[in-house]
Write a protein of this length. Structure first.
Length: 210
C-alpha cells in the first residue's frame, strides 16, 4: 500500500489549528475544509485525464479533463466535514455514504447505514475520514467497496496511527493512503496521540471525552 504524507507548511498550519483544544467548532470545520482541499489535490495527481478541444477567445486549442471522476465516500459522521471540500474540487463526482460507529467496549466498527452503487467495477473511489486510528472502520468501509468490484481505493485522512496503517496494509485491499500526519500511536481508549480528539465531536459539538 502506497502511503503519501503531505509535508507542506499550509497543510501543517491547518492541522495545528485542528489539534489545538482551544479551537472552536467553526474554526475546526474551516481548517478541515481547507486541509481536505489539499489532500484531494495531492491524491488527484495520478488521476488519468482525457483531451478534448476548446475554443479560447484567441484560437482553438486542446484541454484536459478527468477521464473517470471518482466516487466520493465520506465515512459518517466525521467524514461529512470533508465532503463539501472534495466535491468542490471534483464537481463531476457523485457521492456515496457509509455510516459507522465505534463500539466503545471492543473499539471495533458497527455499521448502521450504507448508500453505495451496487457495481463499482472500473470506478475509482476516494474515501473521506479524518482519522485512521485502529483501522477497523476504514477496513470495513474499504471491504464494502471491494466487494462491489472496486479495485482503486484512495483513503484520505487528516491523521493516521501506525497500527491503523499496518492493518490496512495487511488487509490485502487495493488501497493507497494520503494523510497530513502519521502520529505516534494510540492511547488506552484507542484515540490517536497526540491527535486532535474526536473529529466528529470537534466539528459538530458533543460532550468532551478528555
Amino acid at each position: 500500500m502506497d502511503v503519501h504524507v503531505i509535508d507542506h507548511p499550509l497543510a501543517q498550519s491547518r492541522l495545528t489549528a485542528m489539534r489545538d483544544a482551544r479551537t472552536d467548532s467553526s474554526t475546526f470545520r474551516a481548517a478541515l475544509h481547507e486541509l481536505t482541499t489539499m489532500l484531494v489535490y495531492e491524491a488527484a495527481r495520478t488521476f488519468p485525464v482525457e483531451k478534448y478541444p476548446v475554443q479560447t477567445p484567441v484560437t482553438g486549442t486542446e484541454g484536459t479533463r478527468l477521464a473517470n471522476p471518482p466516487l466520493l465516500v465520506p465515512v459518517l459522521r466525521a467524514g461529512l466535514g470533508m465532503a463539501d471540500a472534495a466535491l468542490g474540487l471534483l464537481p463531476e463526482s457523485s457521492m456515496g455514504f457509509v455510516g459507522l460507529a465505534r463500539d466503545e467496549e471492543t473499539y471495533e466498527p458497527r455499521a448502521y447505514m450504507e448508500s453505495l452503487p451496487r457495481d463499482l467495477s472500473g470506478l475509482p473511489v476516494l474515501v473521506l475520514d479524518p482519522m485512521l486510528a485502529t483501522g477497523g472502520s476504514l477496513e470495513h468501509c474499504c471491504r464494502l467497496l471491494a466487494d462491489r468490484g472496486c479495485t482503486d481505493i484512495t483513503v484520505l485522512c487528516v491523521l493516521a496511527a501506525p497500527v491503523g496503517i499496518e492493518r490496512l496494509k495487511q488487509s490485502g485491499l487495493p488501497l493507497r493512503l494520503v494523510t497530513a500526519s502519521i502520529d505516534e500511536g494510540l492511547n488506552d481508549q484507542m484515540f490517536i496521540v497526540p491527535g486532535l480528539g474526536d473529529a466528529g465531536d470537534r466539528q459538530f459539538g458533543g460532550m468532551p471525552r478528555f
